[in-house]
Design a protein around this ligand. Structure first.
Ligand code: SAM
Length: 326
């Protein structure tokens, strides 16, 4: 089986593919003024996605996450899931969504072949949720999460970005939520991007502070699978649910990197906070370019740096996470 290995010995079984830059939310840390279309060329088509995924699977990708922007805004999402699911070599297909239409759509995604679901839920308080996301959709999102738990997904995970002064007092509410539910919450440390510098200064909260509280109350760290995401995962015998900590500023975060990204316009990004993208779209126009595509992916991997420059305040060319696929 082919495997991609970079100059630091890291392998890359995990691809995060953005399906659109558009989002209908106005999260205060990401797109506070909403998505502004810029009239540039459209996002990857179903045929381009099929070729792209075939190329990555040929060089060892086994898990793909569909993200955005908000991927559920694409009407052809079930067809995309089905196409990815039919690609030889792909074993896991996950989707990250804001969940705004989860009750109506989640069954269709599951039937199309989706194996794991991540839903953003920044607060367990409806009013706070609306204030952070700009949308009063707490009831629909949480109803959708309850439905998702009955559909046999390998995993249902919730993403909550930690925000000082906005949701950093909710650990007791989360523990109550996780006592009986078979879901995992990921607490994500707020990342600085090109557009959110002042917001970051005001609301950044260290994920490790929360992690210390968990360890002190008997939560223990679990071992990590080769294709696992960036979270350090914790479990506790008194709780059905799990807690993951995503701490991009912690010491060994980049050493465990196993992910590559492709933007909604078909640029390979070697790092969420990299300085450049590598255009793959020209090689997605014909099945005949399959070998050229796999060769470009393998060659470009040599340019992957050891780590991001966030500690130096260097956010690369990422204005906000919706632009690259969070
Ligand atoms: N629209 C989908 C959603 O809401 O989940 C997928 C895209 S969104 C960019 C993916 C994840 O990135 C969400 O959980 C979001 O909260 C998170 N995110 C966005 N900007 C972030 C930032 N600056 N720091 C940390 N997480 C961020």
């Amino acid at each position: 089986m082919a495997t991609l290995v970079d100059g630091f010995g890291r392998t890359f079984p995990y691809l995060r593919l953005s399906l659109t830059e558009a989002c209908n939310y106005r999260c205060s840390y990401c797109l506070p003024d909403g998505y502004q279309a810029d009239g540039r060329p459209t996002f990857l088509t179903l045929d381009e996605i099929r070729r792209l995924v075939r190329g990555f699977a040929a060089v060892g990708m086994r898990k793909i996450r569909l993200t955005g922007g908000e991927p559920s805004l694409r009407k052809d999402l079930p067809s995309i899931i089905a196409a990815v699911s039919a690609t030889p070599g792909v074993r896991k297909i996950a989707l990250t969504t804001n969940g705004c239409r989860l009750p109506q759509l989640v069954r269709t995604w599951r039937e199309a072949g989706l194996t794991a679901l991540n839903v953003s839920l920044d607060s367990l308080d409806a009013a706070r949720f609306a204030a952070i996301t700009g949308h009063d959709r707490f009831a629909e999102v949480t109803e959708g999460i309850e439905i998702a738990q009955t559909l046999g997904f390998d995993a249902v995970k919730l993403n909550a970005v930690l925000l000082r002064g906005l949701n950093d007092d909710e650990l007791p509410a989360w523990l109550n939520y996780l006592r009986t539910r078979d879901v995992a919450v990921r607490f994500i440390e707020l990342m600085r991007t090109g557009d959110n510098r002042e917001y970051f200064e005001r609301h950044h909260y260290r994920a490790e502070a929360l992690e210390e509280q968990l360890i002190a109350s008997g939560w223990t760290q679990q071992t990590r699978a080769a294709d696992a995401g960036p979270a350090r995962e914790y479990a506790h015998p008194g709780y059905r649910g799990r807690i993951g900590i995503i701490a991009p500023y912690s010491k060994d975060f980049c050493a465990g990197c196993n992910r590559l990204r492709v933007t909604a316009r078909g640029d390979l990004r070697l790092c969420l906070f990299g300085d450049f993208g590598i255009p793959l779209r020209p090689l997605l126009q014909s099945d005949a370019d399959h070998e050229a595509l796999t060769a470009r992916i393998a060659t470009q991997l040599g340019l992957k740096a050891a780590g991001h420059g966030l500690h130096q305040g260097n956010t690369g060319i990422t204005p906000h996470l919706a632009s690259i696929g969070g």
